[in-house]
Design a protein around this ligand. Structure first.
Ligand SMILES: [Zn+2]
Ligand SMILES: [Zn+2]
Length: 474
């Protein structure tokens, strides 16, 4: 009877039998263990020669006719099942997909990753007995890989050995895939460029690490989480309320605020082999999405230039400007701004004059929403702060906060960092009310991204209590 249902059925039946006969103590050990190595060793102890014979039969039925389009079809059906939360069905479809997928195809990795995700979900909902079946299968395949080397005694054995090895390798690769997806570790780093008591901080990448758990999350260019690091520990925090049953999404790198939809999709396709259909990509890449905003202004009349074949044409006076000249002017402007920003504190007057010229040039070249205006304001604020002119510094920072908010969004880590700077400048200028309101805005945002224990949050709290204790305040 069992034979008619195939060796897979027989294999699972044997595993369940072992589970039923396992002493309580061992069962408990198995149930409480979450690490792969000990699980495999525990499962291996229960395998008998008769079990591996069943496994041989199972492997003999393993076919390896490669066909990419069948594989892709199975993958798509697996994805549909995954979305419908039928993880068992998804797992089976992904596994079938792997059978058909040519081994050198880049989609192999994707199928392994998807299968890991399905297995992970199953692992969460599995009974201890089902977990044992999984672990015993993996243990058996690893054992087969170690002990059933092709001996050369007959074609059948050789073929079987090779098939076993392929299957074993597949399982091992799958296990490794669980821990795939490198994650860049970033820390908020004091660049030392700040003047006086205004610090300039920037996110700096200090290393790359692997996180089993984080790599199971799907990507969105507009994620609902943010990641921060304490040493090598990753903490993922929700940036918005996530309703029950909604996906927790993480950004693999390409973010809506830093790249256009075309560039994001291209880099995700190259690195992760998928075409991004996240909410931001669908919104920006769909039909009827708003036309991109003007990039440059017409110098003589100040109207927007629109891109057409042959160059940029003014929407009002119809003047045609070659794109190269505009790009060159923008690059020049950027260089001047950076040059002024890098001058040391003995040349603040020159830096100030140069930045003011940059600001005037930017106003006639770039539309109001262009991020460079905000960057120039940020540089100006830094120079004023060096002079101790807190009022002027605060004024420019207010404008750069506005620009950063437009570019990166109200919940962004970039805005959090800019608000921190503004709070420090307002605190130094003793603008009590303004400082307090900026601190009140910055604390929850920094807490969202870095947690309530972070240095920056502690610093803002200290500033707040200092302001409250000033004479004339409650
Ligand atoms: Zn996207
Ligand atoms: Zn014009």
């Amino acid at each position: 009877m069992a034979g008619m249902q195939g060796p897979g059925h027989e294999w699972r039946r044997r595993c369940r039998l072992h589970w039923r006969h396992m002493p309580d103590l061992q069962r408990r050990r198995f149930t409480s263990n979450t690490r792969l190595g000990p699980l495999l060793r525990l499962a291996r102890r229960w395998l008998r020669p008769a079990d591996t014979a069943v496994l041989d039969e199972l492997c003999a039925s393993w076919r390896a006719d490669k066909d990419r389009s069948t594989a892709l079809d199975l993958k798509q059906r697996g994805n549909d099942s995954f979305k419908a939360r039928d993880y068992l069905q998804a797992l089976s479809l992904y596994t079938k997909g792997l059978r058909y997928m040519p081994a050198d195809s880049p989609e192999c990795a994707l199928l392994y990753a998807n299968r890991s995700a399905a297995l992970y979900q199953l692992h969460r909902y599995q009974s201890p007995q089902q977990r044992f079946v999984c672990a015993a299968s993996a243990a058996a395949l690893c054992w087969a890989l170690q002990h059933r080397r092709p001996q050369g005694d007959g074609v059948g054995t050789l073929g079987q050995g090779a098939r076993l090895a392929a299957l074993g390798v597949a399982v091992l690769r799958h296990m490794l895939q669980l821990q795939c997806n490198a994650q860049a570790i970033t820390v908020l780093h004091d660049t030392g460029e700040g003047a006086g008591s205004v610090r300039d901080t920037r996110e700096v990448c200090v290393g790359t690490a692997l996180y089993c758990w984080a790599s199971l999350l799907n990507h969105s260019c507009q994620p609902n989480t943010t990641a921060s690091f304490q040493g090598t520990r990753i903490t993922l925090r929700a940036t918005e309320p996530i309703p029950a049953g909604e996906q927790v999404l993480h950004c693999y790198g390409p973010h809506w605020s830093r790249q256009c939809v075309g560039d994001r999709r291209k880099s995700l396709q190259t690195q992760y082999y998928f075409w991004c259909e996240c909410s931001a990509c669908v919104r920006e890449g769909g039909e009827g999405s708003p036309a991109p905003q003007a990039q440059f202004l017409c110098r003589p009349c100040g109207s927007a230039l629109s891109l057409e074949e042959g160059g940029y044409r003014c929407v009002r006076c119809a003047q045609l400007v070659p794109p190269q000249s505009l790009q060159q002017q923008l690059q020049q402007l950027r260089l001047q701004m950076e040059g002024a920003g890098n001058m040391d504190s003995t040349h603040t007057d020159t830096a100030l004059a140069q930045l003011q010229q940059c600001q005037a040039d930017a106003q006639s070249l770039l539309p109001a929403q262009h991020p460079l205006h905000g960057e120039i304001d940020d540089s100006l604020a830094r120079v004023y702060a060096t002079h101790g002119e807190w009022g002027a510094a605060a004024q420019h920072l207010q404008r750069s906060v506005h620009a950063v908010e437009l570019q990166y969004g109200t919940g962004s880590v970039e805005l959090a960092q800019q608000l921190l700077k503004l709070a420090q400048v307002l605190f130094n200028s003793r603008s009590v009310c303004e400082a307090e309101s900026v601190i009140d805005r910055a604390i929850p945002l920094l807490t969202t991204h870095y947690g309530a224990d972070h240095d920056t949050v502690a610093e803002l709290r200290a500033m707040n209590s200092c302001l409250r204790s000033l004479p004339g305040r409650r």
